[in-house]
Design a protein around this ligand. Structure first.
Ligand SMILES: [Zn+2]
Length: 236
């Protein structure tokens, strides 16, 4: 059933932007908390993000149950519900399998940290979710139920991003624009950190620098969003 909520427009744009930026491909998904009911969230049906329209958006309870909608949902919708339940401050969630972040979840002794100011929201070390700790060796790497979603939310803690070993990453924000910004610049930080590690030992942003920088950037997210939304609106 079509939704008339204000956040739907941004959610549809976010799907297309994340594809255009290379954060998602045929897989990955983005959700937003329901603007009138914090116990619900909105997420597209099971489909490629770049093809999502307003008519494809479904409404879910935080336990991942689709509300009055028989269409097939994403298997990993529990990522979203569990994080919304654990984090009242979170208004949007992006989950992706982008390749650049994968090395930082699988090599012991290498931690993703903010290397440049656009990723200063990553302040400190980015946590890594190890699915074996929650599901044991007999798992298919996917967050396919609420217990695994809750375990992932615990790994995320109160941070902006959690890496998922051998799988991808999940970024959160107060709204969909901040979550998209963070997902994109997490990917960018992974690329520049891998480049820097090939040259030598990088100097990361200190916690103080990261805090000051992220405060400065908070007012600039609209600038990136305006560009990205124009890009996908003009080119479909
Ligand atoms: Zn996934």
């Amino acid at each position: 059933m079509p939704n008339s909520l204000v956040v739907i427009d941004d959610l549809v744009l976010a799907n297309r932007i994340l594809y255009r930026l290379g954060v998602v491909d045929g897989f990955g998904h983005v959700s937003v908390r329901h603007e009138r009911d914090p116990e619900r969230f909105l997420l597209a049906r099971n489909m490629a993000p770049a093809l999502v329209t307003a008519e494809d958006v479904m409404t879910f309870a935080l336990d991942g149950t689709a509300l009055g909608d028989p269409r097939a949902p994403y298997l990993e919708r529990f990522i979203h519900g569990s994080i919304y339940r654990a984090r009242p401050d979170v208004g949007a969630v992006v989950h992706s399998h982008s390749a650049s972040v994968i090395p930082f979840g699988v090599v012991s002794g290498v931690t993703m940290r903010p290397l440049f100011h656009m990723a200063s929201f990553l302040r400190g070390a980015v946590p890594v979710f190890e699915i074996r700790d929650a599901a044991g060796e007999d798992n298919d790497m996917l967050i396919r139920d609420g217990a695994l979603g809750d375990a992932l939310a615990r790994s995320l803690g109160d941070g902006p991003v959690v890496l998922m070993r051998g799988h991808g990453s999940t970024a959160v924000g107060r709204d969909v624009r901040e979550a998209v910004f963070r997902a994109f610049y997490t990917e960018a930080n992974a690329r520049v950190q891998a480049d820097a590690l090939r040259l030598g030992a990088p100097t990361f942003l200190s916690d103080r620098e990261a805090l000051r920088s992220s405060e400065s950037n908070a007012g600039q997210i609209a600038r990136a969003w305006d560009l990205w939304s124009r890009l996908v609106s003009e080119t479909g």
